[in-house]
Design a protein around this ligand. Sequence first.
Ligand code: UDP
Length: 332
Amino acid sequence: MSILVLGGAGYIGSHMVDRLIEKGEEKVVVVDNLVTGHRAAVHPDATFYEGDLADQDFMRKVFTENPDVDAVIHFAAYSLVAESMEKPLKYFDNNTAGMVKLLEVMNEFDVKYIVFSSTAATYGIPDEIPIKETTPQRPINPYGESKLMMETIMKWSDQAYGIKFVPLRYFNVAGAKPDGSIGEDHGPETHLLPIILQVAQGVREKIMIFGDDYNTPDGTNVRDYVHPFDLADAHLLAVNYLRAGNESAAFNLGSSTGFSNLQILEATRKVTGKEIPAELADRRPGDPDTLIASSEKAREVLGWKPEFDDIEKIIASAWAWHSSHPNGYNDR
Ligand code: UDP
């Protein structure tokens, strides 16, 4: 039995592959089209195929050459809210239609388990905090909608073809492998912590904080941060949960603790010892006040225990990557 990681050259996927290999998984197969991923992020011990998961002949070759693959972990999706508002069809094509193409080939090859990245963005403006898996999912942007559609497609594929699935609904992912060898490198970068760290490095002049009039204690958005190694562990637990014959189920993955954007800025100043100039700016469209996960279900059912339960530890790991790679993987 081996695992196929789709998007294994990306930010979270590269941490997944690293963790699988560190935990002694004998063979890890990686597929990535390198559109947003980086060749240098692919673990040297992984079996790597460059190509697109929507290319069914390519995927047939991958499954034919690796008949021991019984489970797929799928990270290969676009994930920027603002871009999805401008280019919704790009999201429905790559994320949603891509999933249909993938499931057709998985079904052909009788691969019955898939664990995939879903998102807190499927909840839209949540009805309750902390957000539970049963909180109604009403996305307010095409990104969240594309992921909810992937969940729905899988629900019916489970019923018709018996393909069992676990959507993991992540909250805000931050941090890197603590030795600084792999990390987050998006072009262009839009996420809060990497941008704050680029200011700390002197690569950017200042951080703009989007909005200070939200209904939160200090007026800035509150988010729940989770480390990619903790996410990776949850994916492996979910694969083993499916391999044990359990039914498909969704899980939220977060730390269950919220930090405001200003708290993240202060904590980063403390960890880096840098001044980090900041300026208040207008709200960014589509940002809910507060997103905090209830991850009770993942802890109880999967036995998930996040190791990076301290925001300063998460920030320090991200700083290890950014301070040693001022230009990221530098392969663009
Ligand atoms: N944010 C900000 N300045 C930036 C980038 C992000 O104030 O330059 C805020 C953003 O408005 C949100 C939080 O940081 O409140 C987290 O945003 P990010 O894009 O990192 O993740 P998202 O929540 O969109 O997944």
